[in-house]
Design a protein around this ligand. Structure first.
Ligand SMILES: [Fe+2]
Ligand SMILES: [Fe+2]
Length: 483
């Protein structure tokens, strides 16, 4: 495959709206990077299925009325494009010290290092999740789910391209070096891990995949929203278009969990199980009991909270002041967008208790974004709990308290219950298994992960989706598996 690289017409091979064919330098840099990307995809992308035809959408424009085309594609032939949301005329920097000045079309020298770092951190998460999910194809509960996994994977690949484009176009030599580093680090690797904790965790099974796409991709959504506010216009435009795709990733997570909960409730009802907490009885039905789903939720939510960094952060304040990274829905907030004298209530550990304390709003931006994230996460609970109550069961899935199971920020050195009650190390050690998945829980879920590859068929532990992708019928062959 690499032999043909030189003959590839990049201007048509890479769908783009950045005039690549006339941007020879960037084109050359991307050509230089492409073989390494393909090597990475082959080594670290989906394990198997690389020769299968997958019914995927490919972004080819940024027109909100029709930006993607669906067709059967072999994943290595996917057209990873570079698409930026249309340039807004006379866009102004919407926050910080440069509030109201024209948005930058080039990198401002004084913020170069800060900007590069943010682009690299965002870029690093994209291939990381592909690496974390690479084994899942082998245990997909249906062709529909297999296709969704691969759709998410190729789009995370495209998001890597998007960040690499920014690095190569705007950051010269060190940008090119960073672009190479993005292909060198590996999720979970001891010597050169990915940059953020949650992206070095395992995604061992499909319930984890759905939790990951619900909770961790949603962190991505929050970060992209803040970067979409950036005074550096190319970054803003890039992130705005990435958000369009990100919505599908979270859809996969939300509906995936809905379908798992649905199937569990249906199976309990059919078997006449009245107590959803009777784990042995529920598991005997070949479905995942609600308490275990809650434990997975506890784990993935707490890991994702860590991605927001320390509650109080001067880095976040500097990025805001600089006009580089704004707040969620910055332009819709009614204030001076400079936060000169504002405060924000930050959750802190004070005399062994979690308390909200007013801090300068500028340094509390991570906390604020995390609060926005928590609010956004709640929607899923409502939907899943509706399924449970409609089935007639008295059980509620809930987000654990933010002090629970944290590795970063104010609460990293203490233990707490999901209700937010602080406990000592011994109690944590003894009761941990009630709150995060135990080895046995993992083994049980793993025992259910047998692949289903018949069109229209689904594994025992998950119900069929309500509608197909691209309005396809229930028995549509989303992946033509080549063995
Ligand atoms: Fe992404
Ligand atoms: Fe995503």
């Amino acid at each position: 495959m690499n032999m043909n690289i030189m003959n590839v017409d990049y201007s048509t091979k890479i769908p783009n709206n950045v005039n690549l064919s006339e941007d020879r330098q960037v084109l050359k840099a991307l050509e230089g990077w492409h073989p390494g990307y393909i090597d990475w995809w082959n080594d670290m992308g989906p394990d198997g299925f690389q020769q299968s035809l997958v019914y995927l959408r490919t972004a080819y424009s940024v027109d909100p009325r029709g930006w993607a085309k669906f067709d059967y594609v072999k994943m290595p032939d996917y057209r990873w494009g570079i698409l930026l949301a249309p340039q807004e005329e006379n866009r102004k920097i919407p926050f910080g010290e440069h509030y109201g000045e024209p948005a930058w079309q080039e990198v401002p020298g004084e913020y170069r290092a800060m900007l590069r770092r943010l682009v690299v951190i965002q870029g690093d998460t994209e291939p990381a999740s592909v690496e974390q999910q690479r084994h899942l194809g082998k245990t997909a509960p249906s062709l529909y789910d297999l296709r969704n996994l691969f759709q998410v994977n190729v789009e995370e690949g495209r998001h890597l391209w998007a960040m690499v484009y920014l690095l190569q176009k705007y950051f010269g030599r060190d940008g090119r070096e960073e672009a190479d580093e993005l292909l060198r680090r590996r999720s979970g690797d001891e010597d050169s891990p990915r940059m953020l904790g949650a992206f070095n965790e395992k995604t061992p099974d499909w319930l984890s995949f759905f939790m990951f796409t619900y909770f961790t991709d949603r962190d991505g959504k929050m970060q992209l929203h803040s970067l979409a506010q950036s005074g550096f216009d190319p970054l803003s435009r890039t992130c705005r278009f990435m958000l369009t795709e990100e919505a599908h990733h979270m859809f996969v997570g939300e509906t995936g969990i809905t379908r798992v909960v649905q199937r569990t409730c249906d199976a309990m009802k059919e078997a006449g199980v009245t107590d959803p907490a009777d784990i042995a009885k529920v598991r005997a039905l070949g479905v995942i009991d609600l308490p275990t789903i809650q434990k997975k939720l506890n784990l993935h939510y707490s890991l994702s909270l860590d991605l927001f960094g320390s509650e109080v952060s001067t880095n976040a304040a500097n990025a805001f002041n600089a006009g580089i990274k704004g707040r969620y829905h910055e332009t819709q907030i009614q204030d001076d967008h400079q936060l000169k004298n504002d405060t924000y209530p930050v959750l802190k550990l004070i005399n062994g208790e979690a308390k909200r304390v007013d801090e300068p709003a500028l340094t509390a931006l991570n906390m604020r974004l995390r609060d926005d994230y928590t609010q956004d996460c709640v929607k899923g609970m409502l939907r899943w709990n509706k399924v449970i109550s409609t089935a007639g069961y008295d059980y509620k899935l809930a987000l654990p308290n933010v002090v629970f199971h944290r590795a970063i920020g104010e609460f990293k050195d203490v233990h707490a219950t999901p209700d937010g009650i602080l406990i000592d190390d011994a109690t944590w050690a003894k009761r941990k298994g009630e709150w995060v998945p135990s080895t046995e829980d993992g083994a049980f879920i793993a025992s259910l992960m047998t692949p289903v590859t018949e069109p229209g068929q689904f594994a025992s532990w998950i119900s069929a989706p309500k509608v197909g992708i691209d309005n396809k019928p229930g028995d549509f062959e989303y992946v033509k598996i080549e063995t």
